[in-house]
Structures are given as structure tokens and as C-alpha cells.
Write a protein of this length. Structure first.
Length: 142
């Protein structure tokens, strides 16, 4: 299994691989969206993504300004929203990798955790890591 995992990691390192392109696109959109919203504007309050809402409604109401909440609760909310989105994307990519390479693993299999760790390391690099680290450190400072 470890050889297969190394093979998958090498393939995901190639820019032309479809899953690598999806990960790169996610990282680009994620960093653009959250860097400017959270690093430049401290009053931003993010809403949880709701799959039932239409895309237009989601875009219009994703972010709103709040003056009644404390800065700490704003940071806690934003960190929770960002964590949920990252976890959901990581889970989605792990499921796609397992399907793409025809790997059958149970939901609590330790080998699945190896795939999750590999994908997490691919996603939490560079700008994504900086954004998440900055938000956590700001929340802990308050």
C-alpha cells in the first residue's frame, strides 16, 4: 500500500493530473477569497455554506458586516467556517483519489488516514497555511 501511496503522491505532483488541477484551482480560489476578506477587513463575518441555498443567494449572503459581535466571536466563527470548508474539500478529494485509483478502504481504516494526511499536506501548503495560521494566532491572541 505504501508503494501505491508514493505512486499517487508522485502523480499528484504532476500539474497535468486532473486531481492536481482541482487541488491547485481550489488553493488559488481559497487563498484569493479568504486572504483579502479576512486579512484586510477584520470586521468580516463568514456564514457557513449551505448546500440547500442557490448559488446567487449564497454569494450575496456569504459575508456580512457585524458591529454587535465581539472581535473574538468573529474570529472564532471565521476559523470554524474555514476549518469546515477545508475538511469538506479534503474529504471530497480523498474519496475521489480512492475511486480514481480503485482503492477500497473502510471509513475507519488506518490506510485511509494515510491518504487523508497526504492530501492534507498537499493542500495545507504555502498561502493556505499562512491564512489558517494567521487566523488561529489572531484568535488565540484575543
Amino acid at each position: 500500500f505504501h508503494d501505491k501511496l508514493l505512486f499517487i503522491k508522485r502523480q499528484l505532483g504532476v500539474e497535468s493530473h486532473p486531481l492536481a488541477q482541482i487541488i491547485a484551482h481550489f488553493k488559488q480560489l481559497y487563498s484569493c477569497q479568504y486572504y483579502f476578506l479576512l486579512m484586510k477587513n477584520k470586521k468580516v463575518y463568514l456564514r457557513n455554506f449551505n448546500m440547500d441555498e442557490r448559488k446567487k443567494e449564497q454569494d450575496e449572503h456569504m459575508i456580512y458586516d457585524t458591529r454587535s459581535q465581539t472581535q473574538k466571536s468573529i474570529h472564532e466563527n471565521n476559523v470554524n467556517v474555514i476549518k469546515q470548508e477545508l475538511k469538506a474539500f479534503i474529504t471530497c478529494i480523498v474519496d475521489q483519489i480512492l475511486r480514481f485509483y480503485h482503492i477500497k478502504l473502510g471509513p475507519f481504516d488506518i490506510k485511509r488516514e494515510l491518504v487523508v494526511n497526504m492530501v492534507t499536506n498537499l493542500i495545507l501548503s504555502d498561502e493556505i497555511y499562512v491564512i489558517v495560521y494567521s487566523l488561529f494566532s489572531e484568535m488565540l491572541d484575543e
